[in-house]
Design a protein around this ligand. Structure first.
Ligand code: XIL
Length: 408
């Protein structure tokens, strides 16, 4: 039972939301009147008391099952290439990927596209970008009654100017949420209305400019159980609803479920498979699964399991995108570490190219100068394909070689 004053306060806030205009547009969208099915009341969330880590947990079994496609010994490492990236030549990753109809890209934070060196490399080497943070709920919808599209617009405009695609990341996630939402005393109906409004506004704004959305991000625990703020507020039906709402806002956008540690066959990927199979049966517009691929060197998911997982999603008619690949190395990595890292990049791209339903390969950043790894996982870093001085690492050349040698 809510106190009258509290209810009135919420009503006033929501009324404000109803007439809100965005910070960069005059569009006004009324709060929807959609209701959640009767069963969608607050439900216990089995994972709600656990502290969730962002980084994937790789088990010892997975580590030991890592299979090298080419068993090259580190001791036979040839000297590192001294070439410069072939940005303006036919051998840029972007040009090579185009021949494979592959989207190859990186996650980008908005401010960086104004840095000349960064922007030039980005535009030359890649044909797709993901918003690393700019489209997350807390950034794009910081107040109950206002949106801030400045950062997201910068990324989308950069992509448009450089003929790149954009992956929208992400509509529904339990992290980087605004305080007003996370700690507000909202009823299920209000959460539903807020989310509907959010999806219509954000997806609608970038209709035709963002080709793919990560609609739900990390919504399942390692044990294969639904979790998060939205699940607790709205019940399991929230997933069908948000995909339908995103489709309503942009019928041409591809809609993905995205998660970490679901690359190979395990409880989480089993649950994703089961969930999406059910959604397809119910006619829900869902088009694919994003496999994040945040991995530590030496603890990569088993490649045969990854291929099997991608294949079973293909059997459902679903696409797979590699969405957030990075390969963390220990601080001060050796040449051998860099070589092994290159092999990991090479093999993951190989698995994607070999699959009928994988046409997108995205890394979680372009240069080690700007990567989330060192601050998130102290003692690790150097996870990307360009070093801190924008010089290509062995991993860059490994990707280049795969794209050059594999038959398109
Ligand atoms: C990370 C960003 O890279 C960081 O800058 C931010 O501080 C936290 O989020 N899985 C995801 C991404 O889906 O959104 C996360 O991005 C990394 C893990």
């Amino acid at each position: 039972m809510r106190y009258l004053v509290l209810s009135l306060t919420i009503l006033i806030i929501l009324t404000g939301c109803q007439v809100a205009t965005t910070s960069t547009s005059n569009q006004t969208t009324a709060i929807p009147t959609k209701t959640i099915p009767a069963t969608a009341t607050d439900q216990p969330n089995p994972s709600s008391t656990k502290t969730e880590t962002i980084l994937p947990t790789i088990t010892a079994t997975e580590t030991s099952q890592w299979i090298w496609v080419e068993a090259t010994q580190p001791s036979t490492v040839t000297p590192l290439p001294t070439m410069t990236p072939s940005s303006s030549t036919n051998d840029s990753l972007r040009n090579l990927a185009d021949a494979h109809n592959l989207n190859i890209g990186v996650a980008v934070n908005n401010g960086l596209v104004n840095e000349a060196e960064y922007a030039e490399l980005l535009g030359n080497e890649f044909n797709i970008i993901t918003a690393e943070n700019a489209m997350k709920f807390g950034i794009i919808h910081p107040q109950v009654d206002s949106y801030d599209f400045v950062a997201a617009d910068e990324i989308v405009n950069f992509a448009l100017a450089h003929h790149m695609q954009v992956r929208g990341h992400t509509l529904v996630w339990q992290k980087q949420m605004p305080k007003w939402l996370q700690y507000g005393d909202w009823t299920s109906e209000q959460v539903s209305e807020i989310l509907y409004q959010h999806i219509q506004t954000v997806v609608g704004r970038y209709r035709g400019q963002v080709q793919v959305w990560d609609v739900v991000n990390e919504g399942i625990t390692g044990q294969g159980i639904l979790r998060n703020f939205w699940y607790k507020a709205l019940g399991p039906e929230y997933i069908d609803l948000v995909f339908q709402w995103a489709h309503e806002a942009d019928p041409d956008a591809l809609l993905f479920y995205n998660d970490y540690s679901a690359e190979t066959i395990n409880k989480k990927s089993d649950k994703i498979h089961e969930l999406l199979e059910g959604m397809l049966t119910r006619g829900i517009p869902v088009h694919g699964v994003g496999l994040q691929f945040h991995v530590d060197l030496g603890a990569e998911p088993r490649l045969t399991g990854v291929a099997e997982n991608i294949k079973r999603l293909n059997d459902l008619g679903l696409q797979v995108h590699i969405t957030e690949l990075d390969v963390s190395l220990p601080d001060n990595p050796s040449e051998e570490d860099l070589f092994l890292q290159a092999e990991t990049y090479r093999q993951i791209l190989g698995v994607c190219l070999a699959a009928d339903n994988c046409n997108t390969f995205i890394m979680w950043g372009m240069t080690d100068k700007y990567s989330w790894i060192p601050s998130t996982k102290p003692g690790s870093g150097a996870a990307l394909i360009f070093d801190e001085n924008y010089q290509p690492k062995p991993a860059y050349f490994a990707l280049q070689e795969v794209l050059k040698t594999e038959t398109p």
